[in-house]
Design a protein around this ligand. Structure first.
Ligand code: G2I
Length: 458
């Protein structure tokens, strides 16, 4: 039996009645066939409710090859340098968002989400901060977090609140830095300030050399996250930068590390992936990393640290998915294939007379739930859409806003701003595998109470 994408689109739904009438003789459940496999990284990742992102440099946005690949392939964006402390607060109390906004606005116009990087870091501090210490530095850091996270409130999927705070080597402890010397509680203070400023953003701790479960640094970060969860410090995710090369190869226990962090009750994200090498060796390492994420339910997405090899901070190591000319490398194909292997399950019903593919919601339907962060004058609502026992190809959610007005929304199409508001999936999050979830969100003024979301598969 040959299944073509044509037959899928022409006969999208087979009802149980029709199947029964045809006397279906065989029901196959298979992963993606080549005919309906996704053809871009973002679409392929979205099939399992994940994202696939890249770092973007504002200075390259005039390059049409670069922007073409960005627009086509990726559904999450991280500013490579433009949201760092030195870029956003070049002199104390004077904030500068020009380059960051170019990236954020482009991403949002393209329906892509944004990871914010990074609110507090010992490196890339503006000169005025490098010379500060004690209470003055602590307050300057908290003010920076409050200002930047408030400025972007409602626009950021996840913030790297604190970056690279642990020491390399065998201590498993904190890195010495001016921020660390303000007191060991600087990290939790940073997370609390970020939560207050942007209650709708996921808050991540991000670091490198935390990929190998047996490393002291990995264990140190793990213990901190465990402690934060136990004490109610607001942390939602752990970012593993995952910069790999021959000195720092993909560890054999990488999936174990992802799973162990996830088991603490946080999302895990691969935030800055690059793997030096070429050809099939590099491709197979990318395959391993991608499959490790796919095997961990709370590994919610992968970001590569640049688009073409020539865009990389390690350009000589050719560590990315596109060559300098913008051509797809073997590593690209291995990632795409791995993502497609976890794509939605397709149920194929055959009979002696016809071949049809179930492409509709099937019997599973969907459910929607809301997580609401309300403050005095406004709110951020995050709506989770969960597929039932069949994969979704599209969804609609209805919410009720009796005493509030939507001012800004992301990752869904919207009708209206108050009263009954209907939301439908955007291109990249309509496909949700059975039992998996995707999220969209909105910000509003007034009250978000009583949203009562209901979901319909479309
Ligand atoms: O070092 C790789 C990454 C490790 N994790 C945190 C990331 O934020 C970091 O990214 C890199 C950027 O890829 C580089 O582009 O961070 C470096 C330091 O912030 C960035 O390098 C800087 C140079 O140090 C500056 O001299 C230069 O002006 O890039 C700037 C813009 O090209």
């Amino acid at each position: 039996m040959k299944l073509t994408s044509r037959s899928v689109s022409l006969v999208p739904i087979v009802s149980t009645v029709a199947a029964a009438a045809l006397g279906a003789s065989l029901i196959l459940v298979a992963n993606n066939t080549p005919a309906n496999a996704a053809t871009t990284l973002g679409a392929a990742a979205a099939q399992s409710g994940r994202y696939f992102g890249t770092a973007v440099a504002a200075g390259r946005m005039g390059d049409s090859t670069y922007i073409g690949i960005l627009n086509r392939e990726f559904d999450m964006v991280t500013a490579e340098n433009e949201m760092k402390m030195d870029a956003t607060e070049p002199s104390q109390g004077r904030f500068s968002y020009g380059n960051a906004d170019r990236i954020v606005n482009h991403a949002r116009n393209q329906g892509k989400r944004i990871r914010g990087h990074a609110l507090a870091w010992h490196s890339q501090q503006p000169g005025w901060m490098q010379n500060m210490s004690g209470t003055a530095l602590r307050n300057a850091m908290l003010n920076h977090i409050t200002q930047v996270a408030s400025y972007y409130r409602g626009k950021i999927y996840a913030w790297d609140v604190v970056n690279e705070a642990f020491a390399d080597g065998n201590s498993g402890g904190r890195r010495d830095s001016n921020l660390q010397r303000t007191g060991n509680d600087w990290i939790e203070a940073a997370f609390r300030a970020a939560r207050a400023a942007d209650p709708g953003a996921k808050l991540c701790y991000n670091d490198y050399n935390t990929d190998d479960w047996s490393h002291a640094k990995t264990q140190g970060v793990y213990r901190m996250v465990q402690d934060f969860k136990a004490r109610g410090v607001p942390i939602d995710c752990v970012g593993l930068q995952s910069h790999f090369n021959s000195q720092s190869p993909v560890p054999s226990n990488y999936q174990t590390t992802l799973q162990n962090f996830a088991n603490l009750g946080v999302d895990v994200q691969i935030t800055e992936l690059d793997i030096e090498g070429s050809g099939s060796g590099q491709a197979s390492n990318y395959d391993r990393v991608t499959r490790a994420c796919l095997a961990v339910a709370r590994c919610t997405g992968i970001t590569v640290w640049g688009i073409r090899d020539t865009d990389s901070w390690r350009a000589n190591g050719t560590p990315l998915l596109f060559d300098g000319g913008g051509n797809k490398k073997a590593a690209y194909t291995s990632v795409l294939n791995a993502l497609n292997s976890a794509g939605p399950t397709t149920t194929t019903t055959t009979s002696t007379t016809t071949t049809t593919t179930s492409n509709g919601p099937g019997p599973g339907g969907c459910t929607a739930s809301v997580s609401l962060n309300q403050w005095n004058e406004g709110f951020v609502a995050t709506i989770k859409v969960t597929a039932g026992s069949a994969a979704l190809r599209g969804w609609q959610v209805t919410t009720t806003l009796s005493n509030g007005t939507v001012t800004n929304s992301w990752s869904a199409n919207r009708s209206g701003t108050n009263g009954t508001v209907n939301w439908t999936n955007v291109d990249y999050n309509g496909s949700v595998a059975a039992g998996q979830s995707t999220e969209f969100g909105f910000q509003g003024t007034g009250s978000g109470a009583g949203l009562d979301p209901t979901c319909t598969a479309s």
